[in-house]
Write a protein that binds this ligand. Structure first.
Ligand SMILES: *Cc1c(COP(=O)(O)O)cnc(C)c1O
Length: 412
């Protein structure tokens, strides 16, 4: 099959899934438009502020709009959150002290959360080192285990961590319905347990967000879904008012809470990013579906398949060998808007035992709502593809990766 046929055939296979993604996108865009109308967003909310940022109208309005969109009582949206990890860590630090127990309900948490927790080895200032008890419910058949959750979560457990996206694992991503079921199970054990959802990579892939289905608090990164590639940095937390107050006190200082914090860059890109987010997420999800179709047509195992419902941005492709991983990344890199001339090479990364190969060139450093791919060069030679803010670009880059794998495979 030539590449043109491969592209056409793959595209045809995606049609039904694309129609569904469009429906989600329309629904979420309407949700956002209503929030902006009801919150009366105006141009002066985009203005920068300095110093303490007392009475910063843009900061306050952004909190209000996020709360509205996520159907939460309150929001805390800040450029001062340095990353998704920092945002999630701030929530955990806010509620967990010596003697408290947290339970991760969906197996091991995302890699960077392991150091926050102090998971595998001693990490200075981690939760475990501060005297927090950590427990986790292992996965069963690659997904959550309700019976296991009922065993591990006890009355008096302080907080449960529910990670929506599969992240860099091979388990199923949670749907809003899954999250709802898990929250109800936890609340039946003890209604005071804080249900905290790591929403990274999940925003706007479905009609409901975690708070709507029963979570108490949820958080994510602004250089992923919720910022649409426009927000230059930051994170958001939304949830119950008293919980958000405690998180704000932890981010700034007790007594200061969400009353301070300036931003000289101004807030336009945060507002515009959230406005664009449903559309941009749809572009990325379509790119992932298309990539799944192309590489499945080429004879590689992919997960999810192009017919499966998506609840995050991540596409896994099992590339069979190291050479294919290299070729895939080279092909993708050629189509990066930034650093297209660079040739990806596997390299050592702190915290990883095997060399990692990655491709991508993003406008916002490290942004994974923009197109990128990475994976450890070892069995099962799995590459994770994520993001892509323009579907046509995703398509071209994926076809370039396919071409590299198909035509250079047998050289050496
Ligand atoms: C990306 C991500 C994080 C961490 O966010 P960073 O911005 O990379 O620090 C945490 N959890 C999940 C599920 C993620 O996808």
């Amino acid at each position: 099959m030539n590449l043109q046929q491969l592209q056409q055939q793959s595209f045809t296979r995606c049609k039904e899934q694309f129609a569904y993604i469009d429906e989600i996108c329309l629904y979420n865009t309407d949700k956002i438009a209503k929030a902006y109308r009801e919150c009366r967003v105006s141009e002066f909310h985009f203005h920068p502020s300095t110093g303490y940022g007392y009475g910063d109208a843009g900061r306050e309005k952004l909190d209000e709009v996020f709360a509205h969109v996520f159907k939460a009582e309150r929001g805390l949206v800040r450029p001062h959150f340095v990353s998704g990890t920092h945002t999630l860590a701030t929530v955990l630090m806010a509620f967990l002290g010596k003697g408290d127990t947290m339970v991760s309900l969906i197996g091991a948490p995302y890699d960077t959360m392991k150091s926050v927790i102090g998971y595998e080895y001693e990490v200075k200032n981690s939760l475990v080192q501060k005297g927090v008890h950590y427990d986790e419910v292992p996965l069963k058949n690659d997904t959550y285990d309700l019976e296991g959750i009922k065993e591990k979560v006890k009355p008096g457990t302080k907080l449960v961590l529910i990670q929506r996206s599969r992240g860099y694992s091979s388990r199923k991503t949670l749907s809003p319905q899954d999250i709802g079921l898990i929250c109800r199970t936890v609340k039946a054990i003890d209604r005071n347990i804080i249900c905290f959802v790591d929403n990274c990579y999940g925003e706007f892939t479905a009609k409901e967000e975690p708070i709507e289905v029963g979570a108490d608090i949820t958080a994510g990164s602004l250089i992923k879904n919720a910022g649409a590639g426009l927000a230059p940095t930051g994170g958001y937390v939304v949830g119950k008012a008293d919980l958000i107050e405690t998180v704000a006190d932890t981010l700034t200082a007790p007594g200061l809470g969400d009353h301070v914090g300036s931003y000289t860059g101004g807030y336009r890109l945060f507002f515009q990013g959230l406005f664009m987010a449903p559309h941009v997420v749809a572009q990325a999800v379509k790119g992932a579906v298309f990539a799944g179709a192309v590489f499945e047509e080429m004879g590689f195992a992919v997960s999810p398949t192009c017919e499966e419902r998506r609840y995050d941005l991540i596409q896994s492709i099992y590339l069979k060998n190291a050479k294919n991983m290299q070729l895939f990344c080279e092909g993708l890199q050629r189509y990066s808007p930034v650093d297209a001339y660079v040739r990806p090479e596997p390299g050592e990364m702190p915290g990883y035992t095997d060399p990692i190969i990655m491709a991508g060139g993003t406008f916002v450093q490290g942004s994974s709502i923009e197109l990128s791919a990475d994976g450890p060069v070892r069995e099962p030679y799995l590459i994770y593809l994520q993001g892509g803010i323009v579907f046509e670009h995703n398509m071209l880059a994926v076809m370039s990766a396919a071409e590299f794998v198909a035509t250079h495979q047998d050289e050496e």
